[in-house]
Design a protein around this ligand. Structure first.
Ligand code: 8YV
Length: 319
């Protein structure tokens, strides 16, 4: 078998892509892959990708000896895990190492959205402080009621931070967590109805598609805010934009969108909305830790057939 058994799928952090070239002589999947796959598909044992691209069932089918999809990022909703499971292909992600930065971003977005710091900054820069006087009053963050959708690693880290702000935390998950100090609520609508701020921290994928529906947004109501650091797919974005345009929701802080990097035009002129370009894990420290964990997964798989942080264990690892 060829030594060139690693395939880069989609753009990656430049230093990671460079290491894949230098240390693994990795192939890079071309934009028009048909010819490449016919010639080299059978050589590939591991694909390295990110949440932005992933490996779909069609690509897996063209890689008959694929044993692992190594994903840079905690979210792997762009990889077809069912197709991988059916073939005994392992999938790894990069949990834990990004939890703190993503939770920091959620809290920062919440502060910015309710207090309108970004909008206030624009107000000063535009000379409006001197021309028009003080900025309008905004909403308090401390002591608010916060509902978290998805109390996993990241959701729990957000809850811990917001507890220090005196916030009352409730959450919705597939199942109540026995060891959680926070109040479990049985449905997203019920959760939204009882809070000031709804924070989305659930994994993306088929099971959470538009979990934050128009009904949930209506339940959050005219004084409610939505914060999303998870995936755009978890929210009905059209319903969200419509509610913001109509003034049926107080505001939103969004790091993720349904069709990145495209952000609905209507949001761009709203001072009660903060839009970030999917930066939650984007610090030097966290991205380095994600890169390191990605390479540990790749090495471990190539050496022993085992992934370090599998989301799915290969049934028939090909060593
Ligand atoms: C990254 C993310 O921006 O980990 C995730 O799921 O969304 C982010 O940390 C992304 O994976 C990089 O492509």
């Amino acid at each position: 078998m060829s030594n060139r058994s690693v395939l880069q799928v989609g753009p990656l952090k430049p230093s990671l892509a460079q290491t894949l070239q230098d240390d693994y002589a990795a192939y890079v999947l071309p934009d028009e892959p048909t010819e490449f796959l016919a010639e080299h598909g059978a050589e590939i044992r591991a694909a390295v990708t990110s949440g932005r691209t992933g490996v779909n069932a069609e690509l897996m089918a063209a890689l008959p000896n694929l044993g692992a999809v190594v994903n840079f990022g905690v979210g792997y909703d762009t990889t077809d895990v069912d197709a991988a499971a059916a073939r005994g292909i392992g999938v790894s992600n990069t949990p834990d190492v990004l939890t703190d930065c993503v939770a920091d971003t959620a809290v920062g977005l919440m502060l910015d959205t309710l207090r309108q710091f970004s909008a206030s900054d624009r107000y000063v820069r535009a000379g409006r402080w001197t021309a028009e006087g003080n900025y309008p009053l905004t909403r308090q963050v401390s002591n608010t009621r916060v509902g978290i959708i998805g109390l996993g690693r990241i959701g729990s880290a957000i809850a811990k931070r917001l507890s220090a702000f005196g916030c009352t935390i409730s959450y919705h998950n597939r199942h109540a967590k026995d060891d959680s100090p926070y109040t479990y609520v049985g449905s997203p609508v019920e959760l939204a109805a009882g809070v000031d701020v709804l924070v989305v921290a659930a994994a993306g994928g088929a099971g959470t598609q538009k979990l934050v529906s128009s009904e949930v947004i209506d339940a959050l109501g005219t004084r409610g805010y939505l914060i999303n650091i998870a995936r755009g797919s978890v929210v009905d974005e059209e319903a969200l934009v419509a509610a913001l345009v109509d003034g049926r929701l107080a505001g939103a802080g969004l790091d993720v969108f349904a069709d990145e990097p495209n952000v609905p035009e209507a949001l761009l002129s709203m001072d009660n909305v903060v839009v970030l370009p999917h930066v939650a894990s984007g610090t030097v420290e966290t991205r380095a830790a994600m890169e390191e964990l990605t390479l540990r997964n790749l090495n471990s798989f190539l050496e022993s057939g085992q992934l370090v942080t599998p989301v799915q264990v290969p049934v028939t690892a090909s060593g």
